[in-house]
Design a binder for this molecule. Structure first.
Ligand code: SF4
Length: 232
């Protein structure tokens, strides 16, 4: 049986999205500000969304409004101190200061124009910023209502287990989901968030809960590693 959009929607129907568990989504939704979303996305790299949001909210307490001017103004030490809950705070502080400087120097501190660009131009502009990789760019783009599908470690693991991708290649996994789903930014964002939550709760890195999973019948991992053992 092939993986269809209908099956995806059915398998993820009970997954609930709490905005605060998705730091970038939460910050973008509450601020509609690309720079703020970039800062919190840098804070989520290699840590969980809860710690990233704590670090971000600490930073808000220190600077008031998060803007490139304010962050350059407080300097690296104070910034590092404020974002400690995210871990690797010195490295992150450097990255955030560099990002702020470039945005100030190249664009006078304003990124609002990016939302009016076509998808590929907007992606190119984001990727040219320091510390912004493909996933970060796509997270911002889909939150801006552009038709793209960001891939994270949970989505990579689920895709490999399902067998819809053969490698960890970002573009291959992205293409696989975009070919299954209706080409609509709202749908891409919904399934992106739901898959992450599903990866946290059900298709976990260790001990996936295949017994309660709606993807069983189309899942390579289940067919080769679980089904035989269950029916024996
Ligand atoms: S059946 Fe198991 S391995 Fe496959 S998607 Fe579901 S939880 Fe993950």
């Amino acid at each position: 049986m092939a993986l269809t959009e209908e099956l995806v929607l059915k398998a993820l129907a009970n997954v609930r999205i709490e905005a605060r568990k998705f730091a970038a989504f939460y910050v973008f939704r509450s601020s509609n500000d690309i720079f703020k979303a970039l800062v919190v996305t840098i804070l989520t790299q290699n840590t969980n969304d809860k710690n990233a949001l704590r670090a971000y909210e600490n930073l808000v307490k220190v600077v008031g409004d998060i803007t490139p001017e304010k962050l350059v103004g407080i300097g690296e030490d104070a910034l590092a101190n404020a974002i400690k809950p995210a871990g690797m705070h010195r490295i992150r502080a450097k990255k955030i200061i560099e990002l702020s400087r470039v945005i100030l120097e190249k664009y006078g501190g304003d990124l609002t124009w990016i939302k009016d660009l076509p998808l590929n131009d907007a992606r190119k502009a984001l990727l040219e910023l320091p510390g912004v990789g493909e996933k970060t760019a796509d997270v911002i783009l889909v939150n801006l209502g552009k038709p793209t599908f960001p891939v994270d470690t949970h989505i990579t693991r689920i895709s490999l287990r399902l067998g819809i991708a053969r490698s960890r290649n970002y573009r291959e996994i992205q293409r696989a989901w975009m070919s299954i789903l209706t080409p609509d930014p709202g749908r891409y964002l919904e399934i992106h968030l739901k898959l992450i939550q599903f990866g946290r709760d059900v298709c976990r890195a260790r001990n996936p809960r295949c017994d309660v999973c709606g993807f069983k019948e189309v899942c390579n991992y289940y067919m080769s590693n679980v089904k035989g053992k269950v029916s024996r």
